[in-house]
Design a protein around this ligand. Sequence first.
Ligand code: FE2
Length: 377
Amino acid sequence: MVTQEFEMETAKQQASDVLTVEDFDAVEFWVGNAFQAAYYYQHALGFEPVAWSSLKTGNRKYVSYVMQQGNAKIILSSPYSGATERSAHHSMHGDGVKTIGLRVRDAQTAWDNALERGANGITPPTEIKDEYGTLRYSVISTYGDVVHKFIERDGYDGIYMPGYQPFKPEVETSQKGVVRIDHIVGNVNWNQMDPTVQFYHQVFGFAQFIEFSADDINTQYSALQSKVVRSYNNRVKMPINEPAPGLKMSQIEEYINYYHSAGVQHIALSSNNIIETVTQMREKGVEFINIPKTYYEDLTDRVGEIKEDIETLAKLGILVDRDEKGYLLQLFTKPIQDRPTFFYEVIQRRGSNGFGKGNFRALFEAIEIEQAERGNL
Ligand code: FE2
């Protein structure tokens, strides 16, 4: 299957480097019980707890675990007190992403240019130091209650940031082969996709490079539309979804009804061996969206020759899509907290730069079965 949306870039949509963004940095979740979340991240998803900040390291306000697998860093934080921004955030949203870290060459330049181009500033450039060196950061807001933290870490050799101490887990971590964060997807409310894409273009200099209309990705009942923005070097890719009218409730609406605002819908974790990664995650109890077996019957007709054994893919529920540059393999977990909000994707790219458009129908029909079971379709 060939998707025709690639290289939609026009002169107007050329990506620029005004904020000096190089890559994703750590993503921070504010959760209800960081201690127990860290157990799931370590033993089910394969993230090593490498550093923490807590009462035992002198942090009287909140606990924060740094979980790492390959270059992907996830921070899990919970407050020690009820009368805080963190606890109010958790009360409203449940567990969810607060901060999308972006590594920049210069936190001051990122801040100056972002504000000059219309961003809402949260924390001006701040320098913090410990025995591992000096780190500079600044923070601006984006959709919902999510913020972007610009992190300049060239002068810093520590694990994450000053204030965090190395953490030694009691039990070894069996890593699942995740190498980095591939993309991070935001869900926004009705009519907010275009202004959000415009924000990333205007403020960040990011370019829109793929668009999925409601026609591409509707099913019998519900629909969504999506546009993808990317950084000049293609390392930071962020699809933005909004609901589209359908006969019944869009999965994006369901998310917003339970998250109570725009927010991060999923993070795609990139693996170099998705079969091994998913086998190990399934063994540890990670639950994935179930795709009907019929999906695999004509898979070769749709995607051509692939290196992987189709029976193995069917057994694990891994999806395949192809475009003119190659193919990709992907699948999606069920929500990883009680609210039907955030989930993970595992992805392996074999040349394709896409997001699995050819899988949308099968995937969304499977998600609708889940929605119906929750009474939300
Ligand atoms: Fe994705």
